[in-house]
Design a protein around this ligand. Structure first.
Ligand code: CP3
Length: 342
């Protein structure tokens, strides 16, 4: 029997699909009442990530409600530091907290046992591939080493990642070591997600935009390239979306630099510039997540403009960053109608 075409995978192979396939970053999350319901059944956020039954349920919720073209594994980028015993906690209203890593601890840092520690995540992936509609792409993901390192060094989120930037300037070789241990673990993590049934993977570099120009090459491009090279050496057909939020003009060389099949675009990029980037391959983005709170004509006209500008080439419609808890679920319904021509 012929396999159903998965539209997101077609775009990742460079084809133009019209209307463009669509999914939203953080599509499983607190804006959905059914997510809040399931979330209240789990002890904590990480328990939700590590309980396949619950993680499958929350991944499926936005697929059932909206029929998105891709499902993204429900987990978090910080499961990698968690597997490294960095004592990751999610405190209600405060975001993630970890034990800040010291210079000394970096020198002694060991590769985590990804297969054992993250076994429930792989179990979730394989159950998802079995339960999803054939036409729905299943995306796995990990955080980029730079973004993971910013949390490992500060021990929490910060507005500009000054602690990690400062650490990198003062202790470049220790910092390189940290990035390389994280990159190795992340590559293994992605290979195992692909083996469990993920069709493609996304690498999230949410904090790429705070790096200086030379540091962008050193800390955002090279470690991600290392992950992609390791992944492709092991699984040559694996498809990769790389999202470097805030990278701006650095995106000109990013696709080639990291060897990604598609690059993610945040909402600050001019559509003219996005169209230039699309000449080299698929792009994904870039609606401002706040428009999912605002809704109405502001959301609809901007969504149409994105499709007008980028829909004639390989485009995966998405937001420019994750949907926020304040988003109105009805606006998502309307967005899909606008994109799919309803
Ligand atoms: O997109 C999806 O639906 C899949 C699940 C997913 C989550 N986090 C679930 C989550 C994905 C892909 C992520 C990635 C992630 N996690 C990133 C990169 C993307 C981005 O948003 O920049 C980062 C930086 C993290 C780290 C993280 N996790 C932070 C900073 C927070 C707290 C902020 C917040 O919104 O509260 C989390 C928690 C988190 N991860 C939640 C969800 C649904 C909310 C926690 C809850 O339900 O209590």
């Amino acid at each position: 029997m012929e396999k159903t075409a998965r539209k997101v995978m077609e775009v990742l192979s460079g084809k133009t699909v019209s209307p463009p396939p669509v999914w939203l970053m953080r599509q499983a999350g607190r804006y959905l009442p059914e997510y809040r319901q399931t979330r209240s059944q789990a002890k904590g956020f990480l328990d939700l990530c590590y309980t396949p039954e619950l993680a499958v349920e929350v991944t499926m919720q936005p697929i059932r409600r909206y029929g998105f073209d891709a499902a993204i594994l429900f987990s978090d980028i910080l499961v990698i530091p968690d597997a490294m015993n960095r004592n990751v906690r999610f405190v209600e209203g405060e975001g993630p907290q970890l034990d800040p890593i010291s210079l000394d601890e970096i020198e002694r840092l060991q590769a985590p046992d990804v297969a054992r520690r993250l076994a429930p995540v792989f179990e979730t992936v394989s159950r998802l591939r079995e339960g999803l509609p054939d036409a729905t792409t299943l995306l796995g993901f990990c955080g980029a080493p730079w973004t993971i390192a910013t949390y490992m060094i500060a021990g929490h989120g910060t507005p500009d990642q000054a602690p990690a930037r400062l650490f990198a300037y003062k202790h470049p070789s220790a910092f390189e070591r940290l990035l390389s241990v994280v990159a190795e673990a992340s590559a293994e993590y992605l290979i195992r997600q692909i083996d469990a049934g993920a069709d493609a993977v996304q690498i999230f570099d949410s904090w790429a935009g705070v790096l200086g120009d030379e540091e962008f090459e050193q800390y955002a491009v090279r470690p991600v390239r290392r992950i992609v090279d390791t992944l492709r050496a092991a699984r040559p057909s694996a498809r990769v979306i790389a999202f470097a939020k805030g990278a701006g003009a650095n995106l000109r060389s990013y696709r080639q630099g990291v060897d990604a099949d598609a690059i993610g675009l945040d909402w600050t990029l001019p559509l003219e510039f996005a169209a230039e980037l699309q000449k080299d391959g698929a792009v994904q983005g870039n609606l401002d997540p706040l428009l999912m709170v605002a809704g109405g004509d502001a959301m609809e006209s901007r969504a149409r403009r994105i499709v007008d500008k980028l829909g004639h080439g390989p485009l995966i419609f998405n937001l420019g960053h994750g949907i926020t808890p304040q988003a109105d679920p009805e606006n998502v319904t309307r967005l899909l109608q606008v994109i799919r021509g309803g």
